[in-house]
Design a binder for this molecule. Structure first.
Ligand SMILES: Nc1ncnc2c1ncn2[C@@H]1O[C@H](COP(=O)(O)OP(=O)(O)OP(=O)(O)O)[C@@H](O)[C@H]1O
Length: 892
């Protein structure tokens, strides 16, 4: 038994106790075969054996089927008449090359099955065999199964239809049945049409024929010839005409042609030089090797080939058909092809030397671009066809690629790493006191165990049968009295455990250092979006949660109970995990001193309003502006998400990093934004609804766009933590509060008043209430982390939030239409054409800042083009047509 536990109470150990002692003999017998089978299945050799089996099966079927075609008449009676017994033991002689089995099998497949379509089975066995034997997915099985199923039905039905009345089972029983049903249902003509349409549909789907009427195109400009000297200088060089300097292009074409230069689809292909011919060109303008810009095939470029498109595009697309390549080949081709499975659409891609080199017809090695074969109007965000996209994913961290994450050495160890060993005498004493107190009230218990946490020890009791839980619960004060300890909390019953917990504060408490939590494997290996190391549970398990999932956090507690330390803990954990490009903080600190340390990381991690000097907001008026700016940012982000067809920031950013969103259309990488308000009560008291409304809006909507809130207050009363706020903060932390009412206000349940302070906290998250000791990080540690980050190269400025223009500030101000914005007309056209009076639309379409777009909107209102501001909704557009607009513009 460990020193700090009266009994072993961890779930694993319980399980170990409950289970009977394992008998090694039995264990061996049971387990050995299982392991063997598993290994056997995984064994490469098994796969190869299977591969050989399927290949032979395929060959067997192929021979049997082919032989059946010639011998079916002779064998028909024999296989049809005799029983299966005859197959194995009879002495019937058949003509099929593969004997009775061959005759039976092919009869089954052809006559009773699918007719000639049965050959598809040979193909299926063949592909299975190849996949197994090669040990990788050379053929895509599932896709082929779909094709084969379709083929079996379609071919058998078609064959049966075409061979109507023939003796040979062209379509087999299945084909005949389908055909019979079809002709009965839609008649012969109907069936014929159905088969024709289905067949054509399949062909079109598979090969996507181009039905475009050939357009007359002007003759391509003749490429400039390159003389032999240059030709021989480069090994089979390919010179796209656009890349050839003028000097070369002006060379006499006739001379070039006459000298064996070939034109191949508009691209100059230079044959190996012939020194004699070279000498026969005395008058020709010889180009030196350096004059020719040869674009190496491995450098992707977008220079259009000067030739009619189909000449080169058609064959290339045909050969690059994705299905003709195996997964491995595609992989080997590197970044040439990227297809988003979700979209099931090929994205624009750029092909360089390798795929071309694979072409069978020895086409020239030329860098070229393949355009998507089909294009969906909805896929607006896909980069336009004419722009080649680098397939390297966009790296948002590239701007600060040398950024170094802070190291754990910047943090301190506040206590020994191991759990403080509790005085066993104290544990024993407490245990006896609990048993005695309960006994005094005639409550007997079956079992008692203790778990020593950093601040409190949890005594778990299993009461004797028939004891009412509420009786123990009511004895809270009596137990506290008998133990002469403050802060006793009774949890009756402990959810999911069937025991009653009594938490008794330790005489010696241990500090939980943030350093230990951050060093833990759970934190280091976490894949959470916004991992926050909060503290340690009673059983010393690290409590690490994802702020992005919470999605907002409300913290409350009386003054001096550990709130500010708690906020630092959260902020520092995020700083240890996130790159400046991925995360921005909006810090609101009405107390002015709590968060000032973070000023050092302004150019890395902070966001602020444009034009502000200080990124840490201390002034209530500016808080209102900032919160509203965050709401605008939220709305803008929603617009971007909508345009990108994504549902949340994660999908959006992944699409953006895959370069599937066009930055020119306003798309950008969206960092998470965490708003931290250190004293919410103060804000509500000074600004009331003006603060509550945007906070409530953000809390309701902002999670999907990556804006998360951490709101702390020392006055957890109902007028501060209102119903609206509470409803949108499902994750809440309570430090010690002064009354049960306060505890209820935060957690909807009492208990926080019994905490013992100094970071002792209750976390309500995911419907669970957990007691934690908050991780401790001291101010000098925060300072050194901030310094470490601040000393590195940062962005030129803090992350700028959209500008918020207070309606009150602009109210009553008349715009003189005489000095209207130069973009006024354009803005009016955008608004009238789209019939949307939205400032953010102007921002995006015309790439304007919020301020200018807002001003333009006001001018449009003054000109009577749009209606007045309607809050978060778009303004009404009063002008309905371009003509009407023109009339207004003319009068201005
Ligand atoms: N997790 C913790 N572990 C150990 N000690 C702590 C912890 N949290 C806070 N303390 C102690 O409590 C003191 C007060 O903490 P803190 O400043 O965070 O309180 P607060 O609730 O923010 O107070 P105020 O509202 O007045 O700012 C700290 O100086 C520290 O000594």
């Amino acid at each position: 038994m460990s020193k700090n536990k009266l009994k072993t109470e961890k779930p694993e150990s319980k399980k170990a106790k409950a289970a009977p002692a394992p008998n090694p003999e039995v264990l061996k017998k049971d387990k050995e075969p299982e392991v063997k089978v598993k290994e056997l299945v995984k064994d490469e050799r098994t796969h190869k054996v299977m591969g050989v089996f399927f290949l032979l099966l395929s060959l067997y079927c192929f021979i049997a089927f082919t032989s059946y075609i010639f011998s079916w008449e002779e064998d028909f009676d024999k296989v049809n008449r005799y029983s299966t017994k005859e197959l194995f033991f009879g002495d019937v002689k058949v003509d099929n090359l593969l004997g009775r089995l061959g005759a039976y099998v092919s009869h089954g497949f052809f006559y009773k099955g699918f007719g000639v379509a049965s050959y598809l089975f040979c193909y299926f066995f063949f592909l299975l065999g190849v996949n197994f034997i090669v040990g990788r997915r050379v053929f895509r099985v599932w896709r082929n199964v779909k094709y084969i199923l379709f083929g079996l039905l379609f071919i058998s039905m078609t064959m049966s239809f075409l061979s109507f009345g023939a003796e040979f089972p062209w379509g087999g029983a299945v084909g005949n049945a389908l055909n019979k049903w079809g002709t009965g249902f839609v008649g012969k003509t109907g069936t014929a049409l159905f088969l024709l349409v289905t067949g054509l549909a399949w062909l079109i789907w598979k090969f996507n024929f181009d039905f475009k009427w050939p357009e007359r195109k002007p003759k391509p400009p003749k490429p400039a010839p390159v003389p032999m000297a240059a030709a021989t200088a480069t090994a089979a060089p390919v010179v796209p005409p656009a890349a050839v300097p003028e000097k070369v292009q002006q060379s006499p074409i006739a001379a070039a042609k006459g000298n064996g230069l070939k034109e191949d689809g508009g691209v100059m292909v230079i044959p190996p030089g012939d020194p004699e011919e070279e000498e026969e060109l005395p008058a020709m303008h010889l180009v030196e090797k350096e004059d020719i810009t040869v674009i190496p095939a491995h450098i992707p470029h977008t220079v259009p080939l000067a030739m009619p498109e189909p000449e080169i595009m058609a064959p290339v697309i045909e050969e690059e058909d994705e299905e003709d390549y195996t997964d491995e080949e595609l992989e080997a081709a590197g970044p040439m092809l990227y297809i988003d499975d979700k979209l099931e659409k090929p994205q624009e891609l750029e092909i360089n030397q390798e795929p071309v080199a694979r072409k069978k017809n020895n086409a020239p090695e030329v860098a070229f671009e393949i355009k998507p074969t089909y294009n969906d109007e909805e896929e607006e965000e896909v980069t336009p066809v004419h722009t080649a996209v680098s397939v390297d994913p966009f790296d948002p961290a590239l701007d600060l690629s040398n950024y170094k994450y802070p190291g754990l050495d910047l943090l301190a160890n506040h206590s020994a790493d191991k759990v403080i060993v509790q005085d066993t005498g104290e544990l024993e004493k407490n245990k006896n006191q609990i048993i005695d107190t309960l006994k005094n009230y005639d409550i007997s218990i079956q079992k008692i165990s203790a778990t020593v946490g950093p601040t409190v020890t949890l005594y778990e009791i299993v009461p004797a049968a028939g004891v009412r839980i509420s009786r123990i619960k009511n004895l809270e004060d009596d137990i506290a009295l008998s133990l002469s300890a403050l802060g006793i909390r009774i949890i009756a019953p402990i959810p999911g455990k069937g025991t009653i917990g009594i938490e008794v504060p330790n005489v010696k408490k241990s500090i939980v250092s943030l350093k230990n939590l951050l060093a833990s494997e759970k934190f280091q290996n976490s894949t959470m979006d916004l991992p926050i190391a909060i503290g340690k549970k009673i059983d010393n398990e690290n409590f690490i949660a994802d702020l992005a999932k919470m999605p907002h956090l409300l913290m409350a507690g009386a003054t001096g109970q550990g709130k500010s330390v708690g906020i630092n803990t959260l902020l520092v954990s995020l700083l240890y995990k996130k790159h400046p490009s991925q995360l921005k903080f909006v810090l609101v600190d009405p107390k002015k001193v709590e968060l000032s340390l973070y000023k050092l990381i302004e150019k890395h991690f902070l966001a602020k309003l444009p034009g502000e000097d200080d990124a840490i907001i201390t002034d209530t008026k500016k808080v209102i502006h900032t919160l509203n700016a965050l709401c605008i940012e939220m709305d803008l982000r929603y617009d971007l998400l909508k345009e990108a067809g994504t549902r949340n920031i994660k999908e959006y950013n992944s699409k953006f990093t895959q370069r599937r969103l066009n930055p020119q259309k306003g798309h950008r990488y969206l960092p998470f934004i965490v708003l931290v308000v250190d004293e919410f009560a103060d804000l509500i008291m000074t600004a009331g609804k003006e603060v509550e409304m945007p906070i409530a809006r953000l809390a309701q909507l902002a999670r999907a766009v990556g804006i998360h809130l951490i709101i702390a207050t020392q006055r957890p009363s109902v007028n501060i933590i209102t119903g609206t706020i509470k409803a949108n903060f499902p994750a809440r932390i309570a430090f010690k509060v002064s009354s049960k009412i306060d505890s209820r206000t935060i957690l909807d349940i009492g208990g926080a008043e019994q905490l013992i302070g100094q970071g002792d906290m209750l976390v309500s998250f995911n419907g669970e209430l957990v007691r934690l000791q908050c991780a401790f990080v001291d101010t000098p540690e925060v300072e050194s982390v901030a310094e470490f980050i601040g000393n590195q190269k940062g962005y030129p400025d803090a992350f700028l939030l959209p500008e918020y223009v207070d309606d009150k500030d602009t109210e009553g101000r008349e715009f003189s239409l005489a000095d209207r914005d130069p973009l006024f007309e354009e803005a009016a056209q955008v608004i009238v054409q789209t019939q949307q009076g939205s400032t953010s639309l102007l921002q995006r379409r015309m790439k304007l800042g919020y301020n200018r777009a807002g001003r333009l909107m006001d001018q449009l209102e003054a000109a009577g083009i749009v209606g007045p501001n309607m809050g978060s909704k778009a303004r009404e557009v009063l002008v309905k047509s371009d003509m009407e607009l023109q009339e207004i513009l003319d009068t201005l």
